[in-house]
Design a protein around this ligand. Structure first.
Ligand code: AR6
Length: 276
């Protein structure tokens, strides 16, 4: 069942070859001459002309991208990338995977393309653990979308129920990931927020609210007020991340669009709701 938890980023379960977007991304190998998995499905759906064009590209290195036309696909273009082969996680796999997403989005943007669909690169034949890949994919897409407004929609196409749920969870994971990074740098987890530098807490709240804005393609006009209220209410950094994660869910459930002001009483309800 397709699912939606935001406007600029969609997570769907299904087949990437049927996505009506400007470009789909192919998880290819260095030869770019076709293979199994999603690569095979894309070549079958696009027709033999795709392989003919790929032959002229001279291959592609891991973490990099090349573009072709989409031929018989609904998508006008195919952006071919080569994900890392999983070798235990200590060989630059995370950075290479992030690079696939980043370079594909940069290339799409430079060509004026607005909508783009990705498969879960490297998580099939190349063996990259799915949960870890989902967090890297969502984080990198969010970072890219927050830097520019030109791309209007990124569809993360998951093959199967497990991938679908892991990709949805990855957004919530992002909040706690930020939290964990701060904890390692500053103090033991669970230490009272008030014992820490005030600026750092405000920064965390602001960054997490910005993630919400990017995910949903909205602008929260009373952001600074929310930051103040959340900083005042949060007992620990983990507590703060739970508040912003709950705020994120509230925005999704309400279907907020465009510019919005989060009413004080709603924020109160959200904050007291998670204390129960
Ligand atoms: N739509 C969306 N996702 C799909 C589809 C589809 N039609 N088919 C498979 N997936 P993989 P890799 C998912 O193996 O790990 C090829 O032979 C699949 O469930 O296609 O990057 C290339 O030629 C998995 O989650 O790509 C390379 O040699 C994800 O797509 C090698 O495999 C990626 O699985 C690349 O390996």
């Amino acid at each position: 069942m397709p699912g939606r938890f935001s406007r600029r980023i969609l997570v769907v379960e299904g087949d990437i070859t049927t996505q009506p977007v400007d470009a789909i991304v192919n998880a290819a190998n260095e030869t770019l001459l076709g293979g199994g998995g999603v690569d095979g499905a894309i070549h079958r759906a696009a027709g033999p002309e795709l392989k003919e064009e790929c032959r002229m590209l001279g291959g592609c290195r891991a973490g990099e991208v090349k573009i072709t036309r989409g031929y018989h696909l609904p998508a006008q273009y195919v952006i071919h990338t080569v994900g890392p082969v999983w070798r235990g996680g200590q060989h630059g796999e995370d950075e290479l995977l992030a690079s696939c997403y980043r370079q594909a989005l940069d290339l799409a943007r430079s060509r004026g393309l607005k909508t783009i669909a990705f498969p879960a690169i490297s998580t099939g034949a190349y063996g990259f653990p799915l949960a870890r890949a989902a967090v890297i994919a969502v984080r990198t897409v969010l970072e890219c979308l927050s830097r520019s407004q030109e791309i209007t929609r990124v569809v993360l196409v998951c093959h199967g129920d497990r991938a679908f749920h892991l990709f949805q969870d990855a957004v919530t994971e992002l909040f706690s990931e930020y939290d964990g990074r701060e904890d390692r740098n500053n103090a033991a987890p669970g230490e009272p927020a008030s014992a820490w530098q005030e600026g750092g807490l405000g920064e965390q709240a602001r960054a997490e609210i910005q993630i919400i804005e990017v995910i949903h393609g909205i602008r929260i006009v009373n952001k600074e007020r929310l930051v103040d209220e959340i900083v005042r209410h949060a007992r620990t950094r983990q507590h703060m991340s739970r508040i912003t994660a709950a705020l994120n869910s509230w925005v999704a459930i309400k279907g907020i669009v465009g510019e919005t002001e989060i009413p004080d009483d709603e924020l109160d309800r959200i904050m007291t709701g998670i204390d129960k």
